[in-house]
Write a protein that binds this ligand. Structure first.
Ligand code: ZN
Length: 400
């Protein structure tokens, strides 16, 4: 590709980074205008669908030669997390580029780079006369960073989504500081529980049986033992990553009114991320057993109870994976498939029975997403466009 084309892609990216689609209360107007200009330049149809006009989902479609076949969804979210500007070396919405080509901005990794890489890859393929068999839909969805409730969670149940007839989707991944491309094929399920421990109340000078604190002690013991076991399993097996084990953290302890009053209730709040291999019924029985051991009246309140997430197969049963893998092999990309430690929009797509992979071509890049001085190097960014060109072409031509 020509230097000029590369430079235009970088400038386009920097323009996108300068649009402050930052929480809270994101204004997406400027972002939608930007994407309209992109669609115009590409000569592709654009749709803005929004049951809530303040939360637009933008779809730019590159029609395929066989539009009756299922299409490819290239997904990116348009929002970014807040910043502490005083802790940044450069304006977080200035897209400053230093002498080494590092571009600093909120969203540089998560995930405005990917949005522009999709657009630039399609621009290059289309510009060189390539036609794909399948429709390619680039979707730009809001509010991923606040749980996707007004974004992908709703969008997958809309008529527009249904009409796209998506066969396979790409969504975001993670950067890796080594020469590794992280690939997410599954996610853990999030359970957040508050375990209530009722007990005998009374004067702080007495020694009654059946206290709330006695029950809390048992729960903390069981929880910390379980946590330790998972931690050791992770540390002792180099093939496992954090997404392969179940994490558990006790993040809140509640209860008590005064120093000299034995409280009638205390509670323990746990944040649990369940590995995709774990049976949810069995896991729940274990938690119930902890409550029984803690003592009478102890019960679990679910603050969040994620369903068992589906896994996208990485074997020959999945033709999309085969296509993706053949490109990765050809380009000698060192792909590392892992279970995602965090939640992304791909989970809503997988729940619809559609295979989805999380992939951001960010090798040799320190993870600065959600952090200060988030950045990407321009060479990594441009290399990503080349990678997407080949991946999109392969996916768009997957046989029926
Ligand atoms: Zn993201």
């Amino acid at each position: 590709m020509s230097r000029m084309q590369d430079e235009q892609a970088v400038e386009n990216f920097r323009d996108y980074l300068r649009i402050p689609t930052v929480h809270p209360d994101v204004n997406y107007d400027e972002c939608v205008s930007f994407l309209r200009r992109q669609a115009d330049e590409l000569g592709l149809p654009i749709k803005v669908v929004s049951p809530n006009p303040k939360k637009p989902t933008v779809i730019i479609t590159w029609p395929g030669l066989e539009p009756e076949l299922s299409g490819i969804l290239l997904n990116s979210h348009t929002d970014v997390v807040p910043v502490y500007p005083e802790l940044w070396d450069h304006d977080p919405f200035g897209a400053y580029r230093d002498d080494e080509g590092n571009i600093f901005a909120r969203g540089a990794q998560d995930m405005k780079c990917v949005a522009i890489q999709y657009l630039e890859a399609v621009r290059r393929l289309k510009g060189s006369g390539v036609r794909l068999r399948r429709n390619v839909h680039m979707c730009f969805v809001p509010d991923e960073e606040t749980g996707s409730f007004e974004g992908m969670a709703k969008f997958v149940n809309s008529e527009e989504f249904c009409n796209m007839n998506v066969g396979f989707a790409l969504d975001e991944g993670f950067a890796d500081p080594a020469d590794i491309f992280i690939l997410f094929y599954a996610e853990r399920s999030v359970w957040q529980i508050e375990v209530h421990c009722p007990g005998t109340t009374g004067h702080g000078s007495l020694l009654p049986d059946n206290t709330a604190a006695g029950k809390v002690r048992v729960l903390l013991d069981r929880a910390m033992d379980f946590r330790e076991k998972e931690k050791r399993r992770l540390e002792n097996n180099p093939h496992l990553t954090i997404g392969d084990v179940t994490s558990l953290n006790v993040n809140m302890l509640k209860g008590g009114v005064q120093n000299n009053v034995i409280p009638p209730e205390m509670s323990v709040v746990m944040d649990i991320r369940i590995a995709p291999t774990v049976d949810h019924a069995e896991f729940e029985s274990m938690l119930e057993e902890w409550c029984k051991e803690a003592g009478p009246g102890t019960y679990i309140e679910f603050l969040q109870r994620g369903i068992k997430e589906s896994v996208t197969a990485l074997d020959s049963s999945n033709p999309w994976w085969t296509a993706f893998k053949s490109v990765a092999d050809k380009l000698k990309l060192n792909i590392k498939p892992v279970v995602s430690p965090a939640a992304a929009d791909a989970r809503f797509i997988r729940r619809m029975g559609i295979p989805a992979l999380g992939f951001s071509p960010l090798n040799n890049t320190p993870q600065t997403l959600h952090s200060n001085n988030e950045f990407i190097n321009d060479k990594i960014f441009l290399r990503g466009i080349d990678i997407y060109c080949q991946i999109i072409e392969a996916l768009g031509n997957v046989p029926e």
